[in-house]
Design a protein around this ligand. Structure first.
Ligand code: HEM
Length: 331
């Protein structure tokens, strides 16, 4: 009798373990690659590649963080943004200024050497972005892994889903909500605009002809307006870039300078100014600007939430050999 009940417990236990591991195969979790790449630590390999590239060019921080956003918001985090081809997402206008592809390729090449066909490009992208955040002074966060790579990438989908630089707050909140992200996630993620640059054509209307009034956006700080007009003269034939951050120490540092700037009307893009001035988001902006450690603690979790959008797992998609192309398959 005793023997029977313990066998029953054992059998139930086994069923449970099998169920849990079957489920694990279908979802993301921290540490997915543990013991899947011989003696190698997958996340460390990616971190070391990003670190080496960062040492030569700290601007890749902005490139890698933005890559994750542009991948995840279109078709989910499936590395569709990395695919080359005549009509892929990469070719859409807003993606023309994406940077950091070479870092992803270098990390993937290192992984293919260590354990071919194991690590997806979608996961490389998410881990590379986390590495970049950390190297730029942000707080370390744990990245869930187990994504697989998509087989499809369409320019038209990028054009339809990437938000415009002047998107109203309500529309942006709805867009992020449709991807399972909260209003706070949205405002926190925009804090990535503390690093990197933007081009004049993305905000020139705010300098000269806001909403076709023939006047600048009245919300813009006057000193900043004049400085930006110098950098972005109102004539054709140039498209300079400017740092999002007014503070040179923050050009490539993940800190909360961005929110402090918003509160003194120094947001550069329309969307930046909008979250600073909208009653929907203004209180979150204030908290991120002034509550010590708040941005630091929130940014990683928001990236993790973004990393869950529309992922492919289990038997869906594939593990690409090279991130720019789907594997050859017989039709
Ligand atoms: C409604 C949401 C958003 C809009 C409308 C938006 C728009 C833009 C635009 C227009 C640029 C400048 C592109 C250029 O001139 O080359 C830019 C740059 C950037 N964005 Fe966003 N963005 C949004 C959300 C995000 C999110 C969620 C992230 C990441 C978590 C992000 C990260 C970045 C970074 C890091 C840059 C600088 C890139 C570089 O220096 O190469 N953005 N964004």
């Amino acid at each position: 009798m005793r023997c029977t009940s313990s066998s029953l417990v054992l059998a139930l236990g086994l069923i449970l373990v099998t169920l849990v591991s079957a489920c694990h195969g279908e979802q993301l979790y921290v540490g997915y690659y543990k013991r899947k790449c011989w003696k190698y630590n997958v996340e460390e390999i990616i971190f070391n590649v990003v670190k080496a590239k960062f040492a030569k060019d700290p601007t890749i921080v902005a490139g890698l963080i933005r890559l994750q956003f542009h991948d995840c918001i279109v078709r989910g985090c499936d590395a569709s943004v990395l695919l080359d081809g005549p009509k892929t997402e990469k070719t859409a206008n807003p993606n023309q200024s994406l940077r950091g592809f070479y870092v992803i390729d270098a990390a993937k090449a290192a992984l293919e050497k260590a354990c071919p066909g194991v690590v997806s490009c979608a996961d490389v992208l998410n881990i590379a972005a986390r590495s970049a955040v950390f190297l730029a002074g942000g707080k370390w966060y744990y990245v869930e892994t187990g994504r697989r790579d998509g087989l499809v990438s369409h320019k038209s989908e990028a054009l339809a889903n990437l938000p415009s630089e002047n998107i109203p707050v309500r529309d942006a909140v709805n867009l992020f909500a449709s991807r399972g992200l909260s209003k706070e996630d949205f405002v926190v993620l925009l804090g990535a605009h503390t690093v990197g640059t933007t081009h004049c054509d993305k905000f020139e209307d705010r300098l000269y002809n806001y909403h076709n009034t023939g006047k600048p956006d009245a919300r813009m700080n006057t000193d900043m307006l004049y400085a930006l007009r110098k950098r972005c003269p109102n004539k054709k034939g140039h498209n300079n870039n400017v740092y999002f951050s007014y503070n040179p120490r923050s050009h490539y540092r993940m800190d909360n300078t961005y929110y402090k700037q918003l509160l003194v009307n120094q947001g550069i893009l329309g969307v930046d100014a909008n979250i600073g001035s909208s009653p929907l988001t203004n209180s979150i902006v204030k908290k991120l600007a002034y509550a010590p450690g708040y941005f630091d603690n929130k940014f990683g979790p928001a990236m993790v939430n973004m990393g869950r959008i529309g992922v492919l797992t289990g038997k869906q998609g594939e593990i690409r050999k090279y991130c720019g192309a789907v594997n050859y398959r017989k039709h």
